[in-house]
Design a protein around this ligand. Structure first.
Ligand SMILES: *[C@@H]1O[C@H](CO)[C@@H](O)[C@H](O)[C@H]1NC(C)=O
Ligand SMILES: *[C@@H]1O[C@H](CO)[C@@H](O)[C@H](O)[C@H]1NC(C)=O
Ligand SMILES: *[C@@H]1O[C@H](CO)[C@@H](O)[C@H](O)[C@H]1NC(C)=O
Ligand SMILES: *[C@@H]1O[C@H](CO)[C@@H](O)[C@H](O)[C@H]1NC(C)=O
Ligand SMILES: *[C@@H]1O[C@H](CO)[C@@H](O)[C@H](O)[C@H]1NC(C)=O
Ligand SMILES: *[C@@H]1O[C@H](CO)[C@@H](O)[C@H](O)[C@H]1NC(C)=O
Length: 548
């Protein structure tokens, strides 16, 4: 993460120096670079041992990550009184003196991730941070640090003396956790305990009335009830990503009436009777991510309490629904449903019943019976759909009326299928639609299929085995007049005839010789002409013979 951030900063600075507008500040031959306005500088990864004197004292944002300053004294940042955001990721800092940031009353975000001071003792840092009002405090470490650093309960007590809204302790390990460990965290709003070796949280944690955002990714909880979520009744966001094999149990989330966002992705979750008991009580839930889990057998009305859901992600989670059941029928606010690679039963026409507000539907990687989308299909239930993803569904054909009920459709991905026809009949409105038919088996496109494409519409036919002979002249002619309606033209090339294979379609200038009408005239009129001449000659000969 931090490395990437550094790269980003460097990329940005490179760009800025190209513009010649950036003022550079140098220290011992190394240059810090101004990023935006007068207020933001990056000195990322310059091997600096001190803060350059030449940095303006008015600066507000300083990325000083990946340098080597070893310790922070009261004087280190005393000149930079306006500092708001300070990134000291991996700066080899092992000591933080008391009052180290006493001169920086506006400090809002302080990042100390990956510094060896964590191996000294967290209380040292916390004493050093006394009086700091930073809104966001990222201490944590990197995953690759050989020994995970233990946090004994008494160490966290020092947090009582700092006021900060967000604390990140990722990759540190707690030893001897008790309810008093968390006693001082009551002022915190956001707590990140990613990969801290937790398998349960103690009960009786004091009423964490301010904590709204709890990140518990990559821990070892076996059962959601072990987290004792009743201690956090004001949570609005909870993330439990990458828990190895989590059992959701029944009612473990029931006290989280304010929870809006729940991420349970990649956590080995499986259930044979999902989901109303598991998500009971989550009456404010808007976002639920269940992607990359095991199999779920989903009941009718599976999200009974979660009527405010707006986004549901089932990607790569095997979704089993008994025939003709309507699992989502009460989710009238759902706007996005991702069922990609979920083995969804697309022949169940009731699967999507009730999703009146659905705008985005991702069905990528699901099969349709015989490879055909029939005119009566599950999509007729979602009339407000704007984005439909049907990539990699092994489709060979789409019925003419398949999408007629979807009058708002604006973006349709049908790439990576086995379609041989480019047909626009199935779509209700062709004035403002993006149709992606890339990587199919389309050769010839009749003119009537492209005639209706107008306004802002765009089609993508790249990577199809397109024919560039006179058989396809109608489309080629249309294309030359409508280049602006084609996406990915550089990858749209001829496959046949051999002489043109690989040539971009827009480069092909085909002259298909004598127009058909002329040929017809010639074919019909020539024998007539011959017959008429013969008759004339015969007549003349006859006259001459008579006159003799
Ligand atoms: C908090 O600060 C006070 C002095 O301001 C000190 O006496 C006390 O020990 C500190 N508490 C912790 C837990 O560090
Ligand atoms: C926590 O505090 C809230 C209000 O601040 C209160 O309604 C609730 O009963 C308290 N819960 C416990 C377990 O003390
Ligand atoms: C759900 O989680 C997966 C994996 O963590 C992530 O890639 C995906 O973007 C999430 N879905 C949404 C809609 O945020
Ligand atoms: C699905 O149907 C089978 C038999 O038809 C039944 O045993 C099972 O309980 C049903 N599952 C659900 C979730 O309704
Ligand atoms: C599911 O699809 C949606 C919409 O295309 C996307 O935003 C989301 O990230 C996808 N989820 C995963 C896990 O890729
Ligand atoms: C379109 O939807 C309406 C009700 O939503 C339904 O009566 C009609 O049969 C649907 N059209 C098709 C072609 O299925």
């Amino acid at each position: 993460m931090a490395l990437r951030k550094c790269f980003l900063a460097l990329a940005l600075t490179a760009h800025l120096s190209c513009e010649g507008s950036s003022l550079q500040v140098s220290a011992a031959g190394k240059t810090c670079v101004k990023v935006i306005g007068d207020e933001s500088y990056t000195c990322c990864d310059l091997g600096l041992n001190e803060i350059p004197e030449s940095l303006p004292s008015s600066l507000k944002i300083l990325d000083f990550s990946f340098n080597a300053i070893f310790a922070i004294y009261q004087s280190t940042f005393s000149r930079l009184r306006s500092l708001r955001h300070l990134d000291l990721t991996r700066c080899l800092i092992s000591w933080l003196y008391e009052g180290a940031f006493a001169s920086n009353p506006d400090l809002d975000t302080l990042v100390l991730i990956g510094n060896p001071l964590i191996s000294v003792e967290i209380s040292v840092i916390l004493v050093g941070l006394m009086g700091v009002n930073a809104h966001i405090l990222r201490i944590g470490t990197f995953q690759d640090v050989a020994d995970n650093i233990g946090i004994a309960p008494h160490m966290l007590q020092a947090i009582c003396n700092i006021t900060t809204a967000e604390v990140n302790l990722q990759n540190m390990h707690f030893s001897g956790l008790s309810s008093s460990t968390f006693q001082c965290l009551t002022k915190i709003q956001k707590l990140d305990l990613t990969n801290t070796g937790l398998s349960d949280l103690p009960s009786g944690i004091s009423n964490n009335s301010l904590l709204t955002d709890l990140i518990l990714n990559e821990n070892s909880f076996e059962h959601a009830c072990d987290i004792k979520l009743a201690s956090f009744p004001f949570l609005t966001r909870l993330s439990l990503k990458r828990t190895e094999a989590l059992q959701l149990g029944s009612g473990c989330f029931k006290d989280l009436a304010k929870l809006q966002y729940l991420d349970l992705s990649i956590s080995g979750i499986g259930s044979s009777d999902c989901c109303s008991a598991q998500f009971q009580g989550l009456v404010s839930l808007k976002y639920l991510n269940l992607s990359y889990n095991d199999m779920h057998t989903v009941q009718d009305l599976a999200f009974q309490d979660n009527i405010h859901l707006e986004l549901l992600d089932f990607t790569h989670t095997h979704l089993k629904v008994n025939a003709s059941q309507k699992p989502f029928r009460n989710l009238q606010h759902l706007r996005m449903l991702n069922l990609s690679s979920s083995h969804a039963d697309t022949s169940n026409r009731d699967l999507l019943t009730g999703l009146k507000s659905l705008v985005i539907l991702n069905l990528k990687g699901n099969a349709f019976s015989s490879g055909i989308i029939h005119s009566s299909n599950l999509l007729q239930q979602v009339p407000n759909l704007e984005v439909l993803i049907l990539s990699e569904c092994e489709l060979i054909a789409i019925d003419n009326e398949a999408f007629h009920n979807l009058t708002k459709l604006k973006y349709v991905l049908l790439n990576r299928n086995k379609l041989t026809m480019f047909s626009t009949n199935a779509f209700y409105d062709l004035r403002q639609i993006v149709l992606n038919f890339a990587e199919n088996h389309i050769k010839i496109i009749p003119q009537k299929m492209v005639n209706g494409i107008s306004g802002l519409s765009i089609i993508d036919l790249s990577y199809n085995p397109l024919d560039c002979s006179c058989d396809n002249i109608e489309f080629l002619t249309w294309l030359h007049k409508n280049m602006d309606k084609m996406e990915n033209l550089e990858e749209t090339s001829c496959s046949t005839p051999n002489a043109l294979a690989g040539t971009r379609l827009d480069m092909v200038m085909l002259s298909c010789g004598v127009p058909v009408v002329v040929i017809v005239l010639i074919v019909v009129l020539l024998p007539l002409l011959i017959a008429a001449s013969a008759f004339m000659i015969l007549y003349c000969l006859k006259r001459r013979y008579h006159s003799i």
